[in-house]
Write a protein that binds this ligand. Structure first.
Ligand SMILES: Cc1cc2nc3c(=O)[nH]c(=O)nc-3n(C[C@H](O)[C@H](O)[C@H](O)COP(=O)(O)O)c2cc1C
Length: 179
């Protein structure tokens, strides 16, 4: 089993999403882990020329499981992660348009996403309308035929106690995910 491990947090060793994604990858116990750190090695913004280089797409297609650390920045995903998504949503390869509407072509792959958010965005909460991270990633992966699984650490900016307990709870959930 090939695992592709992606991180996008700028917070280095203090990053919650990195700690949780690492825990998921460790628990999956795969001998083959391909690493893509979008902060230490950022992808440039998309250009038409960039479509000629399919290395990022090929790496995604070759993976059986993709584990992504996804922090919330300004209510959505880091632009580093958007640059990666811009290279894997490719018409004719990961999706196509048919007479019956769009069809995802990347099914059969497992995608597990570690979310880290400073606030709370549950349905009915005051900020729920600003949640464009989990909802966006669910929509984008759904579009290419994948239903992603999520582990979330929320309220990380509320205070040290909430941060500690939210990360501990998310790390605990990684046991269930890897089972
Ligand atoms: C530049 C920046 C923007 C942020 N914007 C938001 C935000 O819009 N909403 C939110 O809930 N938290 C926000 N946060 C808080 C992060 O989501 C939180 O610190 C989380 O732990 C980041 O993930 P990480 O620990 O993996 O880096 C922001 C943090 C940074 C550094």
């Amino acid at each position: 089993m090939t695992v592709l491990h992606i991180d996008a947090s700028i917070n280095g060793e203090n990053s919650a999403s990195r700690a949780i994604s690492r825990s998921i990858v460790d628990r999956l116990g795969s001998a083959t882990v391909v690493r893509r750190d979008l902060v230490s090695e950022p992808l440039p913004h998309l250009t038409l020329d960039a479509f000629a280089d399919t290395s990022v797409l090929d790496e995604f297609l070759a993976a059986d499981t993709v584990v992504i650390g996804a922090p919330m920045y300004n209510f959505t995903l880091p632009s580093q992660l958007k640059a990666w998504l811009d290279r894997i949503l490719v018409a004719g390869t990961t999706f196509r348009y048919t007479e019956n509407g769009p069809e995802g072509l990347a099914g059969g792959k497992r995608v597990v996403i570690a979310l880290a958010r400073g606030g709370f965005y549950d349905a009915g909460s005051p900020a729920s309308a600003l949640e464009h991270l989990e909802s966006y990633l669910r929509g984008v992966f759904g579009f290419i035929g994948i239903e992603p699984e999520f582990v979330a650490a929320d309220g990380l900016a509320i205070g040290p106690e909430q941060r500690e307990s939210a990360i501990a709870q998310a790390l605990g959930e990684t046991v269930r995910l890897a089972a």
